[in-house]
Design a protein around this ligand. Sequence first.
Ligand code: ZN
Length: 151
Amino acid sequence: MEEEIQETDKQEETNYQNMSEKEWKQRLTAEQYQILRNKSTDRAFTGPFVGNKATGIYVCAGCGLELFLSDTKFDSNSGWPSFFQTINQDNVGLVIDRTHGMTREEVICKRCLGHLGHVFNDGPAPTGLRYCINGTSLKFNEIVNDIHTNT
Ligand SMILES: [Zn+2]
């Protein structure tokens, strides 16, 4: 079973970009390492969160940085979790990717530079973007709304 890593404020100070590949291997599961560090891709419909409709925040599995809100997730039928917007433009980086004979925009975590997926221009309004993300590169923090229970 996967161990739950508690994200604390102290980890904000970690310099993820200086972390060695050995440290990453210790920190991540084998699957997470393949996606985040080796830019591998979840097989369609097999990765986590494809059909997840719960309310919450998707964070980077590498460093815990907040990346996407469940409000911006949509059914793309692509087999990968898809979002039309990032939680914050400063948290997500875009890199031109010319591998596999295509020119695509790779989506990376700005803090640890982990590979997340790609972004395409065939998404829904209001952005027209489709962030096609490997579920393995994400963790999900569910938000349980209990505001109305204290009346
Ligand atoms: Zn990260």
